[in-house]
Design a binder for this molecule. Structure first.
Ligand code: PLP
Length: 475
């Protein structure tokens, strides 16, 4: 069962004794056993989904977590493991879509959140915790001189865009084809453009994501090709007079989790600075790639940054950070600000306390270790594709990885969009992993957490190889 550890009241190791080697105690001999019970008729998950269908559209309240015909329901999480309501345990390689960088129920985070919860969970007054977390973010993030908190990454993106409009007095934004930035109408434009809608690479079409989007929204979003510096810069220059912001995710998941080329980000920095357009980095996911975020890794500093996920320690959160001069649009001390920003639960102290605990655990050494594990994993998964003789690639950076079922060169949204055959193979693989004790996103996205070590990576790689073996069929 692994080394014996001093146990806390909840039967978990004491927080100060949780080092990486000790995490291995969580791995039991049943790890990566078959986990198919949720799919059987009469399972608890099937019953819950049937009940859910009567009270929620499609039985669902978060499109992202739907999987056909229905998902397993989670009962609990501990470290890098999730147990479903059938009692089956899976290695969690998704971590609530990259939010849980320390996995589930980390003792230090549980302790910080419950201590704060016992003192009251929300107030019509600010609390000391928001000042502490904002201070930590300003110390770490090159672009952050001021911070405002929101309850989600979507809200953070919305506020950053509204802030940029207020700062520049201009109406339009530019964003990249295929990139996801949450559910604000403007940020959703051209998120899932189909090939027949694409238009030219020099001027990708603005397409609606949900039906009924007002045409004015599409008119006010300029769509750019990711990682094509010259084309993007030329289009920004043509639209500069009406552009408030250029919004870019430096490693956009829906654009295949391909890191931006450094020169591409530099070109965006130069052209936006020349025209006083706000450069916004969406680091809702990528803040997990380095102590100073992706902007620290790439050495390019935007005017504003949107954050979410890891900074809340597993609780709902978002934040907009930026240069003091830009962020002044939110400042209420001189009367109504240029961009007023409210929110009943903004900076709620339980999230702030959990976020502080999570961020303090993320030392430069913790990032270096995640980087090493991530590089090793991407390499071994690619080797599995080669060994199986199947087309495949693994993109990503740091603790992030994404599996592709193609050998095409992957550079932008258009090259990463799957063909129906590639998509069908990806779905069979993700389902195969799900049935063998590994949880990943149906898009092929995965990420690591600090409780993981070599043993978990080996189990994951072995399971991945076994799934590819079934894809290859008899030789
Ligand atoms: C890059 C990026 N921006 C924004 C968001 C929206 O964040 P939230 O789901 O917290 O609203 C996400 C969510 O996955 C994201 O990946």
């Amino acid at each position: 069962m692994g080394p014996s550890l001093p146990q806390g009241a909840a039967g978990r190791p004491e927080p100060d004794r949780l080092d990486y080697n000790h995490r291995r105690w969580m791995k039991s001999p049943q790890a990566l056993a078959e986990t198919r019970r949720w799919a059987a008729p009469g399972s608890k998950s099937a019953a819950l989904f049937a009940q859910a269908q009567g009270v929620m559209p499609g039985g669902n309240t978060r499109t992202t977590v739907y999987m056909a015909p229905y998902p397993p329901y989670a009962a609990s999480g501990d470290g890098c493991w999730i147990t479903d309501v059938e009692g089956d345990r899976r290695l969690d390689c998704l971590n609530n879509y990259t939010a849980l960088i320390h996995g589930h129920a980390h003792a230090a985070i549980v302790e910080a959140a419950t201590r704060r919860l016992a003192l009251g969970s929300s107030f019509p007054l600010p609390t000391p915790e928001e000042v502490e977390l904002a201070t930590l973010l300003c110390e770490r993030l090159p672009s952050a001189e001021r911070v405002r908190f929101t309850n989600s990454g979507s809200e953070a993106v919305m506020m950053a865009i509204k802030g940029a409009r207020a700062w520049t007095g201009r109406p339009k934004i530019a964003k990249f084809e295929g990139a996801y930035h949450g559910s604000y109408d403007y940020a959703e434009v051209s998120l899932s453009s189909a090939p027949e809608q694409w238009g030219s690479l020099a001027a990708p079409a603005s397409t609606a994501y949900s039906r009924g989007v007002p045409p004015a929204v599409l008119d006010d979003v300029v769509v750019l090709p990711f990682n094509h510096s010259e084309l993007a810069v030329a289009r920004i220059e043509r639209e500069a007079k009406s552009l408030a912001a250029v919004l870019v995710d430096p490693i956009p998941n829906r654009v295949g989790l391909i890191p931006a080329q450094r020169d591409f980000l530099r070109a965006l920095r130069e052209v936006t600075a020349a025209h006083r357009i706000a450069l916004i980095f969406d680091e809702v996911i990528t803040f997990r790639v380095g102590y100073r975020g992706a902007q620290g890794v790439f050495g390019v500093t935007p005017d504003m940054t949107t954050l979410g996920k890891i900074i809340g320690g597993g609780f709902p959160v978002g934040a907009v950070a930026g240069r003091a001069e830009v962020m002044a649009v939110f400042d209420p001390t001189g009367g109504k600000p240029a961009a007023p920003h409210g929110g009943t639960f903004n900076a709620n102290p339980v999230t702030m306390a959990a976020g502080l605990a999570a961020m303090r655990l993320l030392t430069p050494e913790a990032f270096a270790r995640l980087d090493e594990l991530g590089a090793k994993l991407r390499g071994s998964l690619e080797a599995c594709f080669k060994h199986a003789g199947l087309p495949g690639a693994v993109t990503g950076q740091g603790s992030l990885f994404r599996v592709h079922t193609t050998d095409r060169e992957l550079i932008d949204y258009r090259s990463t969009r799957t063909t129906p055959e590639e998509e069908a193979r990806l779905q069979r693989m993700i389902r195969g992993l799900m049935e063998r004790g590994v949880l990943m996103s149906i898009t092929g996205l995965g990420c690591l957490s600090t409780p993981m070590g070599d043993a978990e990576l080996e189990s994951l790689t072995e399971t991945f190889a076994a799934v590819l073996e079934t894809e290859r069929g008899p030789r």
